[in-house]
Design a protein around this ligand. Sequence first.
Ligand SMILES: [Zn+2]
Length: 247
Amino acid sequence: MQRFSTDGLVLKTKATGESDLIVFLLTEKKGIVRAFAKGARGMKNKLHTACVPFTYASFGLYEKNDVYNITEADLKESFFDIRTDLSRLSLGQYFCEVVLKTMTEEADEADCYRLMLRCVYYLSQGKKDLLLIKSVFEMRLAVISGYAPPVHACANCGAFSTEKMYFDCESGLLYCSDCGDAQNLPEIGEAVVSAMRHIVYSPFDRLFAFTLSDQSLRTLTRMTQTYLQNCMQTRFSVLDYFWTSYS
Ligand SMILES: [Zn+2]
């Protein structure tokens, strides 16, 4: 039996037994940890308040026969305000589903961990545009997962910038106005190209430091959403709730 403690963000919980939970945590050093929380559905149980989606806490665990069990949970941040708004809630659930689908168990997932915590923080804070948070999450997660699109220049001729450019959401390739014109690809303006490059190449601490007009942000997020879904070969139906509730 091995005991350890780790900070983690709760991505999902699943009821099991009479009052127990299976908790899916995102951790920095062990990736996704799936752990059993005995009695955690009981209102008076000491694990109850920490074993809730979006909660960030310090967990004490032990491992026995490849099964993790949570014995302690020290709540650090509940990010409660995500639940006060359907758009924020559905977007947060989407982030959790994507992370559960893409990240692995027993692996160092520090980049994803850092990205997810920052996104959840901004969702809860409610000051940043949701489409900006969504676009950054989608494109940067694709990068972290090994699908960095080569958006530094036109994939065909190497042109850095033309007034309009084209992005292929299947291949992740960028084309200039001459090379992309005949390919029936979605057209994007310079501002969207710059934002894409920023998300792909900027250091983490500057990742969210850009602005775009509403219209450009909608174009950007359509691209990032389609590109990520193509990379993951998955359609996330929770996004339907987000787009229905987002105004
Ligand atoms: Zn070109």
